[in-house]
Design a binder for this molecule. Structure first.
Ligand code: 5AD
Ligand code: SF4
Length: 582
């Protein structure tokens, strides 16, 4: 009997389909029985490659597994279930995946119940899943980007049928809400606003692996962001292959500028978004970014090439002149806005002159950072069929020249920062030197500085003292404990206990009866002091009685009693926050 069940394999022609409307599903998580008993006391590990969309998928899969009762393993070797979440955007990302799968070859020998699953964009490519199952017979489950929400039922099917399962759906894609999530970070969060891509740039596999461009409903996005704000998150990044397209599928005028503004108004300290396509970057978006201080002035604007001919063959929908005009508009409105980009070198038949157009464009823009890639043909995309007369060595040589030009502007920006003070969101101890902290500025510059680990997740002012190409050295400009105390006070004021305390205090101040009793108490105190000075025992006894009566009436007044209760509640809240700091 066959050990494997191929339920469905990807089909790129179906993946190209943009006709069917996306389905909206809202589902409660049901943990199927066999997987529930597998999950008990067991641990999972998810190894993610590629972009933030994959990171967010990892968080959703982790959410399902934790509801089922599993815990994240502290290291891959101790996991009972491993999921490898793959990327297909370039060939080198795929090569890394093969190495990763190979690492788990012997796990079934140690534990026959071990489960190895492979998912993500690479599985959506034709011929990959089947070849992978044959080359790596120890893989138990393969699924694609569209069946992440079905993770638990796929695992159940594997356990129930005792077979290895392959199910990769190829369709325009749906939107599933109510998804569980175990976030990887507790103060920086990704929130999907659109899925898929309809741009079909000729080199890119994403429109096939992630389906049609589809937007989440505004209410669902706002509810997710509101919850993050309430949980104390400091930074939200709105995610989409092309966030500018948000809402176009609703055909009711909804657009990215309006959702960006609505999220900014929720009060998250830092708001970012990625990625924006230069083609449909609207003036409204610029206005919203410029007017909201909590929207970070840092725009990722992939140019891909500086040559009009290459841009046309890439299907990018803008010219070099239009791109530079957009950069000028951004700088005019927000002179200190950081601009970053993606560039592909060695697109089929790129000439030396066309490559030089990319170099001059980079010099003109002066990017703050750039992700540079050598073109990698992706099977099934139009560019992969183009004849290519550029040699691999020429592509590498151009790549090196491009990096030098990019480095020049990156270093230029970094040097200008020395001596200035920037707000830094602290990530925690630096990966390179655990004795230092690290964090990012508004413009996404990495800064290392000394400070207590309790600053993690706080935004603090840091003066830059030294610049390196890809990071800076800084020093705190404020006593870190003062920064923390300010944040604690700010947080505390947001708590219900604090709101109740101040509301009761105000009601008490405005109440005429409370005021009368307070005045009467003071009056009797003054009279008592006078009677004592005069040695008038009779008057003393009279005023003492009146004083005690008024004092009792004051203390028993409902508003005064409420204030005492809410002050106790606030004290407990304060102690718990201070406890977290120590
Ligand atoms: N080859 C090289 N780079 C690519 N990218 C996308 N597809 C390819 C490809 N086939 C790059 C683009 C994109 C980034 C996410 O990856 O620059 O903006
Ligand atoms: Fe790929 Fe172009 Fe879509 Fe970006 S906009 S995901 S490069 S097709």
């Amino acid at each position: 009997m066959a050990k494997k069940i191929y339920k469905s394999l990807p089909d790129m022609s179906k993946a190209r389909n943009r006709v069917d409307a996306p389905l909206l599903r809202r589902e409660d998580v049901v943990v199927p029985p066999l997987f529930a008993s597998f999950a008990k006391g067991r641990k999972y590990w998810i190894s993610t490659f590629g972009c933030q969309a994959n990171v967010r998928d990892e968080e959703i899969m982790a959410g399902f597994l934790s509801i089922a009762g599993m815990e994240r393993a502290s290291e891959e070797s101790s996991a009972d279930l491993v999921i490898i979440n793959t990327c297909a955007v370039r060939e080198n990302a795929e090569e890394k995946v093969y190495g990763e799968i190979g690492k788990f070859k012997a796990n079934h020998l140690k534990d026959k119940n071990f489960i190895l699953a492979v998912c993500g964009c690479m599985m959506q490519e034709e011929n990959i899943a089947k070849a992978l199952m044959e080359r790596y017979p120890f893989v138990n489950l393969i699924f694609g980007t569209h069946n992440v929400p079905d993770l638990l039922s796929l695992l159940e099917e594997h356990l129930e049928k005792k077979k290895d399962i392959v199910e990769v759906l190829s369709f325009p894609g749906s939107i599933v809400e109510n998804l569980p999530s175990t976030r990887l970070d507790d103060y920086k969060a990704f929130v999907n606003i659109t899925y898929g891509c309809d741009k079909f740039c000729t080199y890119c596999i994403v429109p096939y692996t992630r389906g049609r461009e589809r937007s989440r409903k505004k209410e669902d996005i706002l509810a997710e962001c509101r919850e993050l704000v309430e949980q104390g998150y400091q930074e939200i990044t709105l995610l989409g292959q092309n966030v500018n397209s948000y809402g176009k599928d609703f055909k009711d005028g909804t657009n990215f500028a309006s959702i960006l503004e609505d999220v900014a108004n929720l009060g998250i300290p830092r708001l970012r978004f990625m990625t924006s396509h230069p083609w449909d970057f609207s003036d409204d978006m610029l206005d919203v970014i410029a007017t909201h201080p909590n929207i970070m002035k840092c725009i990722h604007l992939p140019v891909q090439s500086g040559s009009n001919d290459v841009l046309r063959r890439m299907g990018r929908r803008y010219t070099r002149e239009e791109y530079l005009n957009l950069v000028r508009k951004i700088r005019l409105k927000m002179p200190s806005c950081a601009i970053t980009t993606d560039i592909i070198v060695g697109f089929p038949n790129e000439t030396e002159e066309q490559f030089e157009d990319t170099l001059t464009l980079c010099e003109e823009v002066g990017y703050d950072a750039a992700f540079t890639f050598i073109y990698s043909p992706r099977k099934g995309t139009p560019a992969a069929k183009m004849v290519d007369d550029v040699s691999s060595s020429a592509k590498h040589e151009r790549f090196d020249r491009l990096i030098k030009v990019i480095e020049k502007s990156v270093i230029g920006h970094a040097e200008q920062m020395v001596g200035e003070t920037y707000a830094v969101l602290v990530d925690g101890p630096s990966k390179k030197d655990p004795g230092m902290l690290s964090g990012y500025t508004e413009s996404s510059k990495l800064v290392h500085f000394r400070g207590p680990k309790q600053l993690r997740g706080h935004i603090v002012p840091v003066r830059i003292v030294e610049s390196h190409t890809f990071s800076m050295i800084g020093e705190l400009v404020e006593d870190p404990w003062i920064s923390l105390a300010k944040d604690v006070a700010k947080d505390l004021l947001q708590e219900d206990a604090a709101k109740r305390f101040f509301a009761t205090k105000k009601a008490m101040e405005d109440d005429p009866e409370v005021a009368r009793l307070r005045d009467a108490i003071q009056e009797e105190q003054r009279a008592l002091a006078l009677a004592m000075k005069d040695g008038d025992d009779l008057a003393y006894a009279h005023h003492k009685k009146a004083y005690e009566q008024n004092k009792r009436a004051y203390e028993e007044h409902p508003l005064v009693r409420n204030l005492a209760a809410s002050s106790e509640e606030l004290k407990q809240e304060l102690l718990s926050v201070v406890g977290e700091l120590s």
